[in-house]
Ligand binder design. Structure first.
Ligand code: SF4
Ligand code: MG
Length: 332
């Protein structure tokens, strides 16, 4: 069946100055999100993951490629049009302090999207908002208070309530829990996956933290320097990463074990998208991970690896070709 969100060969560019040539922030990114599915989009800072989210929301223009939502081509639609689609698109941003208007009561902030989508009397809207606030774990009387009365975690609950209030088919979540402490973060992830299940809301969950994605997503897309490295079920990608970059990313993820922490420090340097990026001799055609990849060959530096289907997932790496079995040493 047709996926709810279908991003194909997306390219996004930006210029740092009017004279500079454009930099590719996102290059040839393809991904899908099914109806009701939660897909994690993972990458280090600078990988282009937020840019993908912003392009889907219409906050940045696509230089190349297409974006379909509910079968409809939305590539050229403005952000406001995308929000107001019957298949609606909503967003939860990272910063709980910047995302709510401090001069508006929670009730006013939450009634706005409901009014845009129309059809509700003021009394019905109020009842619905109170129910929503209760559902996300806030007291119903929060409705008449201002954002300053709430903690960061509570504000993110309010932002989530706002995002789901119109029953959107898809919510783009850009690191919605990364500003929160670990316990609040875990509760928020529980809430979001419960809401997704109850309402059939699909989510594209953007995060730099693999543990966060593992807790919530059914599928994972791994991004590095604006390109998709690996895509697969969360279980496959986290337990048996195929792409050398995914392996480095997992090895550098926080773990409790102090012995592994030393290895992690070394792996983090390897996975770092920015460090050592200058003068590495990679051409734009090559694999972006080649400068730090332990398996890199001369081919990797000049030839861009094609996306290949391996064991039910896709991998962009020269170690994998469509019909060859997983090579020795590629799965650490
Ligand atoms: Fe490493 Fe080459 Fe695969 Fe890139 S294509 S990840 S450099 S083996
Ligand atoms: Mg970001």
């Amino acid at each position: 069946s047709t996926p709810l969100l279908d991003v194909k060969d997306l390219g996004v560019e930006y210029r740092s100055g009017w004279r500079s040539s454009p930099t590719k922030a996102v290059d040839d990114v393809s991904l899908t999100v099914g109806h009701g599915e939660i897909v994690g989009l993972v990458g280090e800072s600078g990988s282009g993951k937020s840019t993908v989210g912003r392009a889907i929301l219409g906050l940045m223009a696509a230089a190349r490629g297409t974006i379909h939502l509910g079968g409809q081509d939305i590539t050229r639609q403005r952000a406001a049009e995308r929000r107001d689609l019957p298949t609606g698109l909503q967003v939860v941003f990272q910063d709980p302090y910047a995302s709510l208007n401090p001069a508006r009561t929670i009730g006013r902030t939450l009634s706005e999207p409901l009014e845009v989508h129309g059809k509700l009397s003021a009394a019905d809207a109020r009842t619905q908002i109170e129910e929503l606030l209760t559902r996300v774990g806030l007291p119903a009387d929060a409705i008449d208070r201002y954002p300053s009365a709430f903690s960061g975690g509570q504000r993110q609950r309010i932002a989530i309530a706002r995002a789901i209030s119109t029953d959107p088919a898809l919510v783009i979540c850009d690191e919605p829990t990364s500003a929160l402490d670990v316990i609040t973060q875990a509760r928020m992830l529980d809430l979001m996956s419960d809401l997704s299940r109850e309402r059939g809301t699909a989510m594209l969950f953007i995060a730099h933290n693999l543990a966060v994605v593992a807790a919530i997503a059914q599928r994972v897309v791994v991004l590095y320097r604006g390109r998709v490295m690996e895509t697969g079920t969360t279980q496959d990608v986290l337990c048996r990463p195929l792409h050398p970059y995914t392996q480095a990313l997992i090895a550098s993820s926080p773990v409790a074990d102090p012995l592994r922490q030393r290895k992690r420090r070394a792996a983090r340097q390897q996975a770092d998208p920015v460090a050592g990026s200058e003068g590495t001799g990679t051409t734009p055609e090559g694999c972006p991970f080649a400068p730090r990849c332990p398996h890199a060959t001369s081919t990797c530096r000049i030839q861009r690896p094609a996306v290949t289907l391996v064991d039910g997932r896709s991998v962009a790496c020269h170690l994998f070709t469509a019909d060859t079995p997983t090579p020795e040493g590629a799965t650490a």
